[in-house]
Design a protein around this ligand. Structure first.
Ligand code: MLT
Length: 207
């Protein structure tokens, strides 16, 4: 039998609470990469961690890009739907509630998380976006009224200018999302300050 398109190589780590963190790695990562980060952010949550299906010089990603920061939008949208469909089947298989899913993405993973918020907002209730860009500007804005988003940016990120991060925050706010944006003294890499503040935010603001 052919594997359904919505299937992803993934890790699932069951937790003791009802929350599930959807972990989305950066370019060159895999399904095991962000498991420790997931445990750090919420030791009680279940963790669902797919591996991106696109290969760029052997490095897994969640969608194709034409150059650094220049996305293949057709592929991005197709892959976003694949990921959202995977979430639906994973929720049935592992018996978790999509309304209790918090996406946690880094870089390329944060970009597909943002794209999922725009195209398939029913897939999650909140998102933690580390080093994210504007994936695209949708023709029709989703209603993100009940969605909370935390964005962590590097103030000297060579790939993502501060203006781009602010645009992403504005885009999500224009869809009525509750957005928190934080800048850290760093580049594109993740810092322990990012993790500490994201954890506090998750504990305080997301049920
Ligand atoms: C992307 O392609 O999503 C961004 O350029 C971030 C990256 O993966 O380096």
């Amino acid at each position: 039998m052919m594997r359904p398109q919505s299937d992803f190589i993934h890790d699932f780590v069951p937790g003791s609470s009802k929350r599930t963190l959807l972990l989305l790695h950066g370019t060159g990562g895999n399904e095991r990469d962000l498991i420790p980060l997931g445990h750090e952010l919420d030791p009680n949550a279940s963790l669902l961690s797919p591996r991106g299906k696109v290969l760029e010089n052997g490095m897994p990603r969640f969608f194709r890009r034409l150059a650094e920061g220049v996305f293949d939008l057709e592929d991005l949208k197709k892959r976003t739907h694949e990921l959202a469909d995977f979430m639906v089947t994973a929720a049935q298989r592992y018996e978790f509630d999509l309304k209790k899913v918090v996406a946690v993405g880094y870089s390329n993973g944060a970009n597909i998380a943002a794209s999922t918020l725009l195209l398939r907002p029913e897939s999650m209730s909140a998102a933690v976006l580390f080093r994210a860009m504007v994936p695209f500007v949708p023709e029709t804005m989703p209603n993100l009224e009940s969605v909370r988003v935390w964005i962590g940016a590097g103030d000297s990120d060579p790939i993502i200018p501060a203006s781009e991060t602010k645009q992403l925050a504005e885009l999500l706010r224009s869809a009525k999302a509750d957005v928190t944006i934080r800048f850290f003294q760093s580049g594109h890499e993740l810092t322990s300050d990012d993790v500490d503040l994201a954890r506090e935010w998750l504990t305080r603001s997301v049920d």
